[in-house]
Design a protein around this ligand. Structure first.
Ligand code: GLU
Length: 413
C-alpha cells in the first residue's frame, strides 16, 4: 500500500496539535496551503514536436518569512507530493529557526529522457508560468531532486529578463558568478554531518569509529560519502540507481566518483555488488538514505542494523517503519533536521544578495555549524522532555513555532 504523503503530514499534524493543545482554527491553518498554483508548460522538443508538461508551485505558509523551497523535475511530482514537501519546508525552516516560510515546486516529467536544451526550456517555461508569484520577498525557489545550480541560473536569467530588474535573491542555489554562495552545493551533506556529530557525541560514540552505508550517490549522497570519509568513518556501502556496493574494508568516495563518471556505474576492486535493498540492511552503525522517499518501510525496518539513520533525503522512512524503528531503539535523525543544511545555506545566500555582499567559505561553514548544532540540541531536548522520538520532537518544535507566527497574522474579521 502506498502512503499518500500529504495524508501522512496531516496525521502527524493531528498528533502534534493534540500534544500542543492547538485550537481547531490553528490546526486548520497549518493543514491548508496558502495557495496552490498549477500551470501547463508547453515545451517544444528538439525534433519540433510539442508537448505539455504539468507544473506546480505550492505556497504553504509564509507566517515566518517568504515562501521557500526547491523545485523538482520528477515523474512522481504530483500535487499530493508537492503539497507534503511544501509543508515539510515550513516545518524545516522553523526547526532550524530561519525566517523563511515553506513552499515547493515540481514539474511532472522524467528529465533523464530530455536533452539539456529541452531542460533549459522547461526551466524557463516554469518561470514564465509563475513569474508574478515569485520574488525575493515573496517566494524563493532552489534546487531539489534532478534540478541543480545551472537550472537555477536559467530561472534567474528568465525572471530578470521578464521583470527588467536585477534580483538575484529571487532564487538560491544558483552559480556563484550569478550571486550564488560558496558552499551551497555541499551544504545539505555538510549540515547532515554537523547534525550527526551532535548525536554521535551525545551517545558517547566517535566519528572515526563509525561504519556508514549511504543510499544514493547523487550530489548529496556523494558529498556525504566524501565528508564522512574525511572525518575518519569507514564507508562500508554505497548505492545508486544502478545498484549497490558493499565492502567491509571500506570504499574510497573520490575513486568511486571518478569511476562512476567514466563508466556510469559504481565499481570498486575490494567490493561486492549488491542490491539497494541489501544496502539498506547492511551491517553498519549509520545508514544515510540520500535518494528518494519511501525507502525504509514496514517490510525492511526490522532488518535494519544501523543504530542511527540520518535522513538526507526527504521522507525516506514511512510512518509504519518509524514505529518499528522506535521500538527497536534506532535513532532516526529526521529529514526536517538532517537535511536542513541546504535551506540554511540558501538563507545565507539570500541574505548576501539582499545586502549586496559576498560571504566567505569560513563564514558559511561557521554559521552553518552553529545553526545545525543549535537545532539538533533543541530537537534532542524536546525529545527527552516530551518522551518522543526525534521526528515527533522536531515536528512539535516546528509546529509550535509555526503556529505561534501564524496566529499573530490571523485576526478574525
Ligand atoms: N530542496 C532543498 C530541501 O528540500 C533545499 C530547499 C532550499 O534551499 O530552499 O530542503
Amino acid at each position: 500500500m502506498t502512503v499518500n504523503p500529504f495524508e501522512s503530514y496531516l496525521k502527524r499534524l493531528d498528533q502534534a496539535s493534540e500534544k500542543l493543545k492547538l485550537s481547531k482554527e490553528a490546526r486548520s491553518k497549518l493543514a491548508t496551503p496558502d495557495r496552490i498554483l498549477e500551470k501547463d508548460i508547453d515545451l517544444m522538443r528538439d525534433d519540433g514536436t510539442k508537448e505539455t508538461l504539468h507544473a506546480y508551485r505550492v505556497q504553504f505558509n509564509n507566517a515566518r518569512g517568504p515562501y521557500k523551497g526547491g523545485i523538482r523535475f520528477h515523474p512522481a511530482a504530483d500535487l499530493d507530493e508537492v503539497k507534503a514537501l511544501a509543508a515539510a519546508m515550513a516545518i524545516k525552516c522553523a526547526v532550524v529557526d530561519i525566517p523563511m516560510g515553506g513552499g515547493k515546486g515540481g514539474v511532472q516529467f522524467d528529465p533523464k529522457q530530455y536533452s539539456d536544451a529541452e531542460i533549459e526550456r522547461v526551466a524557463r517555461g516554469f518561470v514564465r508560468a509563475f513569474v508574478h508569484d515569485l520574488g525575493s520577498d515573496k517566494d524563493i525557489p532552489a534546487p531539489d531532486v534532478y534540478t541543480n545550480g545551472t537550472i537555477m541560473g536559467y530561472m534567474l536569467d528568465e525572471y530578470e529578463k521578464i521583470t527588467g530588474k536585477k534580483e538575484p535573491g529571487m532564487i538560491t542555489g544558483k552559480p556563484v558568478p550569478l550571486g550564488g554562495i560558496v558552499g551551497r552545493d555541499t551544504a545539505t551533506a555538510q549540515g547532515g554531518v554537523y547534525a550527526l556529530e551532535y548525536f554521535v557525541d551525545s551517545q558517547g560514540m566517535e566519528m572515526n569509529q563509525l561504519r556508514v552505508a549511504i543510499q544514493g550517490f547523487g550530489n548529496a549522497g556523494a558529498t556525504m560519502a566524501h565528508l564522512l570519509y574525511e572525518a575518519g568513518c569507514n564507508i562500508v556501502g554505497v548505492s545508486d540507481s544502478s545498484g549497490a556496493l558493499l565492502s567491509e574494508t571500506g570504499l574510497k568516495p573520490d575513486k568511486l566518483l571518478k569511476t562512476k563518471e567514466e563508466k556510469k556505474v559504481l565499481e570498486a576492486p575490494n567490493a561486492q555488488k549488491a542490491t539497494n535493498a541489501e544496502l539498506l540492511e547492511a551491517d553498519c552503525d549509520v545508514l544515510v538514505p540520500a535518494a528518494l522517499d519511501g525507502q525504509i518501510t514496514r517490510e525492511n525496518a526490522a532488518n535494519i542494523k544501523a543504530k542511527i539513520i540520518l535522513e538526507l533525503a526527504n521522507g525516506p522512512t514511512t510512518p509504519d517503519a518509524d514505529k518499528i524503528l522506535a521500538e527497536r531503539g534506532v535513532t532516526v535523525i529526521p529529514d526536517v533536521l538532517a537535511n536542513a543544511g541546504g535551506v540554511t545555506v540558501s538563507y545565507f545566500e539570500w541574505m548576501q544578495n539582499q545586502e549586496g555582499s559576498m560571504w566567505t567559505e569560513d563564514q558559511v561553514s561557521t554559521e552553518l555549524q552553529k545553526t545545525m548544532r543549535r537545532a539538533a540540541k533543541a530537537v534532542d531536548e524536546k525529545s527527552k522532555k516530551a518522551h518522543v522520538p526525534l521526528r515527533d520532537a522536531a515536528f512539535l518544535l516546528g509546529v509550535e513555532r509555526l503556529a505561534a507566527a501564524t496566529s499573530m497574522r490571523n485576526s478574525a474579521v
